[in-house]
Unconditional design. Structure first.
Length: 380
């Protein structure tokens, strides 16, 4: 019997994301502060909430951070505070998680999907310009996969039509474009701290970032049942607050986010090297001016579903982000955008494959992923 050890048995299954490893790193710190929260019964709006808001705003270089219950609420509140009203049109990329469009629809506004560029799959500025009408109230660039969209090209388009820019920064915590942080380009940004994000809570959580004091105040008011003073309700709002327990977790993880993002970058570079001689795999690349935080490492392959099935059968938890463009989902079946409306986004949806990536992934685990991907590609 050979003395060599089969890496498949030595490494075992590979998770898409290993949240337990992150939590283990912050466990003692979080538990100590949670004990104080429980002892003081500061469950809603405790000191940890304000401390995290201040720390995250400082991390990104924003003036204000308002914690809310989740990322979808963050986008809705940012859009509402930015002046989006029922019937207004909001331009967004077709290849995003449905929450981006859902936040628009919950206001009673109209999501207007557009196509993306073929290389980075980020919202296409030329497509945005072509979609503008007299009813356009906002443009929502999505910083997909840990990249930053080409927001500087959207600014003149927004200014020309009187629209605001509200960024969807849920996948880009710590990413920059020409030295400026994703989430600080527009009037406001919504982000999600869903556990799998680069900065993830231990449950649902989100935040709105803005440099505008009046926008921050309105977000805070709308998220507190439309009230800035107890029992005085000046608008129909909602109940959307960052929970104190989640703020404790986020504070601990924020202190490690920069180092974790560097580990993600190193892992992404390793994948690119390992995949260099695997035929048929198109690896992602970084746009000039961007420093990506690699929320996801997304390759493109032919016959993606067959490749995904082969990986999953081999214990590799690859995924797809996202298999159905917004306009083709059942929720927006009557949106007026039939199949082939956005060919780049639609073609990519059948090719994209997210490989396991997280700060604590090992070189051996990445090698195992590629060792299973290679025969899956050769079998096509």
């Amino acid at each position: 019997m050979s003395a060599e050890v089969d890496v498949r048995f030595a490494v075992g299954p590979v998770l898409l994301v290993d949240l337990a490893a992150q939590q283990a790193e912050v466990h003692e710190e979080v538990m100590a502060e949670l004990a104080d929260v429980l002892k003081g019964a500061s469950f809603i709006g405790g000191p940890a909430v304000g401390q995290f808001e201040e720390a995250y705003a400082s991390f990104l270089g924003a003036r204000h951070c308002v914690g809310v219950a989740n990322g979808t609420d963050a986008l809705e509140l940012a859009l509402r505070a930015g002046g989006v009203t029922p019937g207004g049109e909001v331009i967004l990329p077709a290849n995003t998680f449905i929450a981006t469009a859902e936040a628009v629809s919950r206001i009673g506004a109209v999501p207007v999907p557009v196509d993306v560029d073929p290389e980075y799959l980020l919202i296409s500025p030329s497509a945005v310009a072509a979609a503008v009408t007299s009813r356009t109230q906002a443009i929502v660039p999505v910083h997909l996969f840990g990249q930053t969209a080409f927001v500087e090209q959207l600014v003149p388009i927004a200014e020309a039509c009187g629209a605001v820019i509200v960024e969807d920064a849920a996948q880009s915590q710590g990413a920059t474009r020409y030295g400026k942080a994703a989430g600080t380009f527009g009037l406001a940004a919504g982000t999600s701290f869903y556990p799998g994000k680069n900065l993830g809570a231990a449950g649902d959580a989100g935040a709105v970032l803005t440099d505008d004091s009046s926008v921050a105040a309105r977000v805070r008011m709308l998220g507190a049942h439309g009230s800035s003073e107890k029992y005085r309700h000046d608008a129909v709002g909602m109940n959307s607050r960052l929970d104190t327990v989640q703020a404790v977790v986020l504070k601990a993880k924020l202190a490690r986010l920069e180092s974790w993002n560097l580990l993600r970058r190193a892992a992404a570079e390793r994948y690119t090297e390992l995949l260099a001689d695997v035929p048929g795999v198109v690896v992602p690349c970084e746009a000039p001016g961007n420093v990506d935080v690699w929320h996801l490492y997304v390759v493109r392959v032919p016959d993606r579903d067959a490749v995904l099935a082969a990986l999953q059968a081999a214990g590799i938890q690859a995924g797809v982000h996202y298999p159905v463009p917004v306009h083709l989902s059942g929720a927006y079946a009557e949106s007026g955008f039939p199949q082939r409306s956005f060919p780049v986004a639609e073609e990519a949806a059948g090719q994209i494959l997210s490989l396991p990536l997280y700060p604590h992934i090992s070189a051996e685990q990445q090698e195992r992923v590629v060792e299973e991907l290679r025969p899956a590609m050769e079998a096509l």
